[in-house]
Ligand binder design. Structure first.
Ligand code: NAD
Length: 474
């Protein structure tokens, strides 16, 4: 797995530099800090599969960065570029991401060297099931052990195959569906997972906009989302949902950058319509009332309030960072800003809402899915009708004391009980708000100027408490 060694090593080094930078502010002992930084286990496996009558050897890896809490948690990516250091870097980030949003898991990540675009569905199923079986053999997957999820090149279909393989080999295990998250709803998945990361991004941006102290001197009038100009890069799962929720709350999506080019309209673009247009025509270009940008990267440099990179890593780099005019860079993607670019952005007084916090909505709702699987009951199933009955009694009492009757529509709104998707969204909102204020408190207490360092430090301190509580490190 040496093909992408340099990029993977650079990524791991930069994650370690972020860690070291934050660790300087910590009072934890050097021994505990060293334990928090290091990857706890790496498992590499090679197995044969048959493709078109020939045997091919497929390489897979699973890295569990931290066992300070179990299970460990992190996606599985299918890509020919899968590389050990890259997977280690991503597993490391998962540990800190979980800690930032109080998801009680260690971090992990997995990868299989296969091209999901050129492989047949039959081959992908064989590879997924065999990779799962290899992890099961070594006790490296399970609801209390390590719980994978989708990542680049995998989705709910692959998670369903993993769950099915696990159930077949661990026949009768009550919590079996909790061995993996991101499953289809019909197979133990949870409502609200698909939009969770984008919705979390929206909640994070909303908190930042309401934070007058953070925005002081940044040339941006905070308060609410109303009228804020947002350019989004990548209209995929994260970018589409984040832009949709921001728009619904009053923001103007003035630019959308995709692989084939970008579109721009200072008066705002209807995200849903633009998404449909891209699906129908195969390109974001030539959308009504918009200016085309043949070079998609030029769009990132346009005047706006918030730049929302939600496509890939390393999109804002030393070559374009100085031209970014946004007041806030909101990292929907993982690692969209390189370390060199970050220095330039911060020097230019731009606020960075770091990936570690901002895109943690996905893992938060994965945690809810795991809880649902352990309890074997849909959220809201027990309480919804009882809640509704209680609201109805309240409405009846208001009507009889006021002497005024509400309309059927008003009653329906006031007496609606919470179902799964409401509860998931409410839990996500609470999580993103709490995590935001913890990071901001850390910034104030330790006099840290940027949110990324503070997010790392918040996570390091929480993980340190777990080790200190064990009393094994003097
Ligand atoms: P996705 O594949 O659904 O969407 C990515 C989009 O980016 C696609 O529409 C693609 O065409 C576009 N894109 C690719 N290259 C581009 C370029 N050069 N310029 C503009 N657009 C480009 O992926 P996703 O799930 O939305 O993930 C996006 C990022 O968010 C990744 O970094 C991922 O690791 C991160 N992330 C995703 C989740 C999640 O729950 N999906 C959670 C946390 C982090």
């Amino acid at each position: 797995m040496a093909e992408n060694q340099n990029e993977g090593s650079k990524f791991l080094n930069s994650v370690h530099r972020y860690f070291d930078n934050a660790a300087q502010y910590s009072s934890l002992s050097p021994g505990i800090l060293a334990q928090i930084k290091v990857c706890n286990s790496v498992y590499k496996v090679s197995f044969p599969i048959e493709v078109d009558g020939k045997i091919e050897v497929v390489e897979g890896i699973r890295v569990q960065h931290s066992h300070h809490k179990l299970p460990s948690k992190g996606g599985i990516r299918f890509s020919m570029q899968v590389d050990e250091d890259e997977v280690k870097a991503l597993a490391t980030l998962m540990t800190f991401k979980c800690a930032v949003v109080d998801v009680p898991f260690g971090g992990a990540k997995g990868g299989v060297k296969i091209n999901p675009r050129t492989s047949s569905v039959k081959t992908l199923e064989k590879v997924t099931r065999r990779y799962a079986a290899e992890l099961i053999k070594k006790n490296l997957i399970g609801p209390g052990m390590d719980v994978p999820a989708p990542d680049y090149g995998t989705g709910s279909r692959e998670m369903a195959w993993i769950a099915d393989t696990y159930q077949a080999l661990k026949y009768g295990e009550t919590n079996a569906l909790g061995c993996v998250t991101g499953k289809p709803v019909g197979q133990g998945g949870i409502r609200g997972r698909a939009e969770a990361t984008g919705l979390g991004v929206y909640f994070g941006i909303r908190e930042a906009l309401a934070d007058a102290e953070l925005l002081q001197g940044k040339g941006l009038e905070g308060g609410t989302m109303e009228g804020k100009r947002i350019i989004v890069q990548g209209l995929g799962n994260v970018g589409y949902h984040a832009a949709w929720f921001c728009q619904k709350d009053g923001a103007l999506i003035t630019g959308i950058a995709e692989r084939e080019g970008g579109i721009y309209n200072p008066d705002g673009i209807d995200v849903e319509e633009a998404f449909k247009h891209r699906n129908q025509t195969g390109s974001i270009l030539n959308f009504k009332n918009c200016k085309n940008f043949e070079n998609t990267f030029d769009l990132l440099e346009m005047e706006c309030d918030i730049l929302l990179p939600a496509a890939l890593e390393n999109q804002i780099h030393i070559g374009n960072a100085a031209n970014i005019k946004a007041k806030i860079v909101a990292e929907g993607a993982n690692g969209p800003v390189t370390q060199e670019a970050e220095e330039i952005l911060l020097k230019n007084n731009i606020v960075i809402l770091p990936d570690l916090y901002l895109n943690a909505g996905g893992v938060t709702v994965s945690y809810f899915e795991w809880l649902k699987n352990l309890s074997n009951v849909r959220f809201g199933r027990m309480g919804k009708r009882a809640e509704e009955a209680s609201y109805k009694r309240l409405v009846n009492a208001i009507e009889s004391t006021s002497g005024k009757n509400m309309t059927a529509q008003e009653k329906a709104i006031l007496t609606k009980g919470s179902d799964e998707v409401n509860l998931v969204r409410s839990g996500l909102e609470d999580t993103m708000i709490n995590a935001y204020h913890e990071i901001r408190d850390t910034m104030r207490q330790k006099n840290i100027p940027d949110m990324r360092t503070a997010a790392f430090l918040t996570a390091i301190e929480k993980i340190g408490v777990s080790y200190e509580a064990l009393g094994i490190f003097p």
